[in-house]
Ligand binder design. Structure first.
Ligand code: NAP
Length: 316
């Protein structure tokens, strides 16, 4: 039996779209399954200034549109559906989706990661009313307002810098005495006159009437708590990898899926790319590279199944 596709890619972020482009360009029947719209976490990037070839920063959504178009131009198909599980019988995978089952020789998992929450009083209550996890989406609502940013990684530093273009009154708190973020991003927030950095601080509670009005902050070195007026709270404390479709694969201690350097999981024909994969460095550029490698390896795997790579050897 011949499956409907050569490659099914689950997730339409940069890793998934790069895999789609490379797969389709190699003349493989390639389908991308995406729950919402293509782009993934890239849609949340305001100005991407570190993708090679773009000396002027490029907007995340513009880059997304170009990647999507490029993959489609090579023949990749995109389907809006929710992937619910993956099964395999002999050489053929079936991805069970909200729109029915779809079969393929290979699957590339590019499901990314979702933002973490602090789980403190007021966070859920004021979500969308001053509490946000996306500066590009919600920052413009708080122009000139007093904004608290929580986190110490690349995302918190990047987004604090973005918000500092909208307001001169941004406070960035981090629970430790030094940032986890890349040095260049940490130095940028330290040097920004619109950002007040408060290390050794945690956010304990968010208060207000109908919207965010005050926060309770705690100094982790002294244990002292104090209240302060605040208009908005942006939380960037990392992400939870979306691994629900592969409960059978090995994860690292943070929950990301382990692969070899060729993006191969232990299940032949199943590849893992982008923010869901265990890797020390997660960037759009690395995600794209991983997608390209996975599509290339998938092509080789399909050739092996069909006996097209070394037909002589296959027959022996
Ligand atoms: P991250 O690197 O995991 O950093 C999460 C930060 O949040 C850490 O500083 C952590 O503190 C803090 N944190 C975690 N849980 C917390 C809690 N319960 N309370 C208070 N603070 C908490 O996550 P990220 O910044 O979202 O970045 C995710 C990935 O995307 C990274 O690989 C990053 O390099 C990449 N990224 C890159 C860029 C860029 O290159 N421009 C931009 C955005 C994201 P500790 O340090 O104490 O653990």
């Amino acid at each position: 039996m011949k499956p409907e596709y050569d490659i099914i890619i689950i997730g339409g972020g940069p890793a998934g779209m790069a895999a789609a482009q490379y797969g389709a360009r190699a003349n493989l029947r390639t389908l991308v399954i995406e729950e919402l719209a293509p782009g993934g976490a890239m849609l949340l990037i305001s100005d991407m200034e570190n993708y090679p070839g773009f000396p002027e920063a490029v907007k995340g959504y513009e880059f997304t549109e170009k990647m999507h178009l490029q993959a489609e131009n090579f023949g990749a198909e995109f389907k809006i559906a929710s992937a619910e599980s993956i099964s395999q019988k002999e050489d053929i995978f079936t991805v069970h989706t909200s729109e029915g089952p779809i079969s393929s020789w290979t699957v590339i998992l590019a499901t990314g990661a979702k933002h973490k929450t602090l789980d403190i009083p007021g966070e859920e209550e004021f979500m969308g009313r001053g509490v946000s996890y996306c500066a590009t989406c919600d920052g413009p609502f708080f122009k000139g307002k007093k904004i608290l940013v929580v986190g110490g990684g690349d995302a918190a530093c990047d987004e604090a810098s973005y918000l500092a273009n909208l307001s001169p009154n941004v406070i960035l708190i981090h629970r430790r005495d030094r940032f986890r973020a890349q040095k260049v991003l940490a130095e940028r927030v330290h040097g920004n006159p619109h950002i007040e950095v408060r290390l050794n601080h945690t956010l304990e509670e968010i208060k207000g009437e109908n919207k965010v009005g005050r926060v309770v902050l705690k100094r982790t070195d002294t244990g002292e708590c104090y209240e302060e007026d605040m208009d908005a709270v942006f939380i960037f404390i990392g992400a939870i990898p979306q691994t629900q479709l592969v409960p059978f694969l090995q994860k690292d201690e943070a929950g990301y899926v382990v692969t070899n350097q060729d993006m191969e999981s232990v299940q032949a024909g199943l590849y893992i790319v982008g923010d869901v994969r265990s890797t020390p460095f997660r960037q759009v550029v690395t995600a794209c590279g991983e997608g390209a490698v996975a599509a290339h390896k998938a092509a080789g795997h399909i050739d092996d199944i069909k006996g097209e790579t070394y037909p002589g050897l296959k027959q022996q």
